[in-house]
Design a protein around this ligand. Structure first.
Ligand SMILES: [Fe+2]
Ligand SMILES: [Fe+2]
Length: 466
């Protein structure tokens, strides 16, 4: 692991002068992007961040004050496995690809660019949040997530520069040129063009949208293209913290709301966030995040699997048949204006199978939050809407469903929109609560403090020196 180079790395960058030069040329563009589009107003502050010092499981043990632009952006891959093999698909058992196979070049580049584009996008979406943090602890977590997403961009850019030549370099440049929510040059996936301008959005985003990242990265960590698999395995270690921030963040909001509800049914009177609004934010981010998995019936998913590029979640652990040419999967489609079951070949349903794993994982979060409600003695419960609700990609796009997944008319759907999804008044109300709390040990009134601090430090610790 070479941490002292201009670009810290464990890929022997200094031995590949061409790649090193290309990345050193990209570095100032990245820093300019970070300066323009990274967290606004805190670039000079000391933030208590964890930094990679090693790719082993202990590699994350290093915590210290760092100014974000000086964060150790770099290229860290999990060590190579000796005799790695393609773990699934038509080339199952063949030696893993160490270079990009010509026939899969476009597919692979598309996978990497699509993943890469999400990383800077989320930083852009979250860039104003520091100004309204509910505590220094939360502010620090926001910045930790932001710098790691910046490093994830590095991870994908390394693959583009290292393995795709000229068009890879062009794609790497374009990753710094698109902008979240920009009508002329938007980010590729819609969830990453949605505004994330209050902390309830932030927690829901890191709970649901970063969790999509976990499943995409897990599927790519199985890839027969070794450099991609090793890159994604290391990224997954960082992603866990992002989901922790979202899951516990929402849990703390739920807890505070429950406490306030016992004082007054109408928590607005006390400056809390009503459960109905929390539910609407869940509906919004869960449904947009479901879209990120792609169409339910997908020839792309079949092609990526056949090629050995993108596997299933825990492909090696969970499955014995890694070829998956037999068998089918039953899912619900719209036919003749009705929801009907359809059997599709297994390989064509892999997006839906990955989405199913994701939904199961999200349900665990809901169970945790509902336990908080139960512990506070309240009968109300939060839930996930049907996977058909509010979809913009796949079989259910262009149709309308209620929260339970029943097919309804466009008019019926329109009439309920502001009951099911955050409306302007909800968003304005939540924004009205977002007043910065930056005194160590203090917390905003609409959220409960965390159960513990970061890495053994108390909640009162000065996580960011303002
Ligand atoms: Fe990421
Ligand atoms: Fe993330």
């Amino acid at each position: 692991m070479n941490l002292n180079e201009r670009i810290p790395n464990n890929v022997n960058l200094s031995e590949d002068k061409r790649l090193q030069r290309a990345l050193e040329k990209w570095l100032p563009n990245f820093l300019a992007w970070w300066h323009d589009m990274g967290p606004e107003g805190f670039q000079e502050k000391d933030v208590w961040l964890r930094t990679a010092v090693d790719v082993g499981s202990e590699g994350w043990a290093h915590f210290d004050y760092v100014k974000m632009p000086e964060y150790r952006w770099g290229i860290f891959l999990e060590p190579a496995e000796p005799d790695a093999r393609v773990g699934f698909g038509d080339n199952y058992g063949a030696p893993a690809y160490q270079e990009v196979p010509g026939e899969f070049r476009n597919a692979l580049r598309r996978i990497i660019v699509t993943q890469g584009d999400t990383e800077p996008a989320s930083v852009e979406q979250q860039r104003q949040l520091g100004h309204t943090c509910p505590s220094l602890y939360d502010l620090r977590n926001l910045f930790q997530v932001n710098v790691e997403e910046g490093r994830h961009l590095w991870a994908m850019v390394y693959l583009l520069h290292g393995y795709f030549g000229r068009d890879g370099r062009d794609e790497a440049d374009a990753l710094l040129e698109r902008r979240s929510g920009n009508p002329d040059k938007p980010r590729i996936l819609e969830a990453f063009n949605q505004p994330c301008d209050d902390w309830l959005n932030f927690y829901a985003f890191t709970m649901f949208t970063d969790r999509d990242g976990k499943y995409q990265l897990s599927a790519l960590a199985e890839s027969g293209f070794e450099p991609l698999a090793r890159t994604c395995r290391f990224m997954l270690t960082e992603e866990a913290h992002h989901m922790f921030v979202g899951d516990t963040g929402l849990s703390r909001v739920v807890k505070r709301t429950a406490q306030l509800m016992k004082e007054n049914e109408d928590v607005r009177e006390l400056g809390g966030i009503p459960l109905e609004i929390i539910q609407k934010y869940i509906n919004f981010w869960f449904s947009y995040s479901l879209d990120l998995f792609g169409g339910e019936i997908s020839s792309n998913s079949a092609d990526f699997f056949a090629a050995g590029l993108k596997g299933r979640f825990k492909e090696q652990e969970q499955y014995t048949d890694h070829v998956a040419t037999e068998g089918s999967f039953k899912l619900m489609v719209i036919d003749g204006g009705k929801l009907v079951p359809r059997e599709v070949p297994l390989r064509n349903a892999l997006n839906e199978i990955l989405r199913g794993e994701y939904v199961k994982d999200c349900e665990k979060g809901l169970a945790r939050w509902n336990r908080v409600l139960a512990d506070e003695g309240l009968p109300q419960r939060l839930y996930l809407p049907s996977v058909r609700f509010h979809r913009h990609v796949g079989e259910y796009a262009a149709h309308y469903f209620d929260l339970e997944g029943n097919l309804i008319s466009k008019e019926e759907s329109a009439a309920e929109q502001s009951e099911w999804l955050p409306n302007v008044a909800d968003r304005e109300y939540v924004r009205s609560l977002m007043k910065p709390v930056t005194e160590p040990g203090k917390i905003a009134n609409w959220i409960a403090p965390p159960a513990s601090g970061i890495k053994g430090k108390p909640f009162e610790f000065e996580y960011v020196r303002l």
